[in-house]
Structure formats: C-alpha cells, structure tokens
Design a protein around this ligand. Sequence first.
Ligand code: NAP
Length: 274
Amino acid sequence: MVMKGKKGIILGVANNKSIAYGIAKQCAEQGATIAFTYLNDSLKKRVVPIAEEFGFSDYVYPCDVSNPEEIKALKESLEKDMGQIDFIVHSIAFAPKEGLSGRFYDIGKDAFDIAMDISVYSLIEVTRELKPLMSDSSSILTLTYYGGAKYIPNYNLMGVAKAALEMTVKYMSEDLGKDGIRVNAISAGPIKTLAAAGIGEFRFMLKWNEAHAPLKKNVTTTEVGNSGMYLLSDLSSAVTGEIHYVDCGFNIMGMPATTFNEDGKQVIAWNGDK
Ligand code: NAP
C-alpha cells in the first residue's frame, strides 16, 4: 500500500469521468485518506456520493477557487478535520466558451482574466493557503495538456493558460523544494470529460491522438490515476518540477508515421476514419 498513512485533498472531481476521480481511485486503493471539494451547492450532490464510495464522506468541503474566502475556509476545515496533509491534487480549469474555438486573437480581456484566475492562479493561492498544513514530505500535482506546449486547434485560450500553469509548476517547485514539498504536472492525453466537452472539435482530437500516438490508443482516467498516484507517493521522492506526459506517447511525434498502401505508395498511417 504505497499511499498508506498519506492524507490529502483532491480539487476537481465533477463526476466519475473526471481525471481527478481516476487519481482519487488509485490513491484510495493504495491506502490514502482523501478530502474532496465541490464548486457550489448544486454540485455538492455529485461529489458527496463519490466521497462516500471511497469511505470519506466526513471530508467534503465547498471551494470555488475564484473566491479567496472559500480557500481560507477550506484551510480551517482541513486543519480541524485532518491536521497535517501530504498531498494536494489541483485538477481544475475553466475558460469561457469564446476562448475555446474561433480566432485566438479575438479573445476579450474578461475571458482571458477568468481563465488565468481559475486555471493558473488558483494553484498558487491554494498552495499558499494550505502550505502551513503540509508535511515536510509532501507532493502537489496539477493537470495540463499538450496544447500548453504546442499549437492545438481550438485549444486557444486554455493553451495559453496551460503554458502559464506549466511554468508555475517549475517556479513553485524551486520555491517549495527547501520545505520538502514537490510540485509536478501530468500532461494527460485527451479524455472525454465534462471540461473537454467545451473544446471545439474535441472528438477529432480524440481520433487524431488515437491514430498517431505510438501506443495507437487514447489514455484512460485509470492510467492517469496510476501515474498521479506515483507522483503523489514517496516512489517519486526525487521528482519535482516535471511535466510528465501520460498521453500514449503522442507528444514525441514530430510527424505522423507513414505506412505503405496496396499500391506500394507511402501514405500517412491514418486510421481515424474507422
Ligand atoms: P472535469 O471532470 O470537468 O473537471 C474539471 C473540474 O474543474 C470540475 O470539477 C469543475 O467543477 C472544476 N472547476 C471549474 N471551475 C472551478 C472553480 N471556480 N472552482 C473550483 N472548481 C472548479 O474535467 P477534467 O477533464 O477531469 O479536467 C481536470 C483537469 O485536467 C483540468 O485542468 C483539465 O484542463 C485537465 N486536462 C484535461 C484533459 C482532457 O482531455 N479531459 C487533458 C489534459 C488535461 P464543476 O464541474 O463542478 O464545475
């Protein structure tokens, strides 16, 4: 039981399709005690049954990360109910719909600010507030996507936010290393979740990834959960500041692989039409 004795909080479980759910499941199976948060009262009813499923219904708290008072209140509740914690999972992102399709340069300042606040600054603020509770062998994990490193159609505003998030991971890992706190990100391949549904042409992204990734498949939340569990556990005690790709290898491809058709002609190995 790799996570036995570890206590932590997971922000960003919306339902059992969420990446955060996959991470919670693998951590719980390895013995971790987990607290969960929900965005508002109407979403509480989705999160409570999930906490119950894992046996942690005593540790469910409200937290809209755009509200600093709720982050402060979360710290007080965790201190009272859990004392020290060993890990934080930040699996949260949001961009207004206008930022996820169309021409990037049309983006308005309000949409830009909202995406950066919820998807990037929240990692800094949550970490700063919860740091007094963190043990000297702690791990923080956030979730990013390849669209923060390279151009991906329609990912637009979220791509810029993920680029900022990835650098935030690096600067925070240096800052917090002296306190025994590691900070890493998983760059997950595309997965059909609620958040992903907002991205234009998402189904095409899934098909393209499956066809061109070296493993010729899309990643599952269980697979991301396993890698997340490793990064939260002491198995990764010398790993910090990393952007760890869990994407079936898609990010290493510089060009789609080729194959030969029945006429002996070299063609792209595309099977996305199947
Ligand atoms: P998801 O299940 O929809 O999770 C996103 C979570 O963010 C939800 O729980 C959502 O809460 C929460 N959230 C949004 N605004 C919030 C706020 N102001 N305060 C607190 N929570 C807020 O989707 P997901 O795909 O698992 O996303 C998790 C993370 O993985 C995101 O950072 C995403 O960018 C990243 N990621 C996703 C993919 C993919 O293809 N799915 C790939 C790579 C990285 P509500 O649902 O309650 O609004």
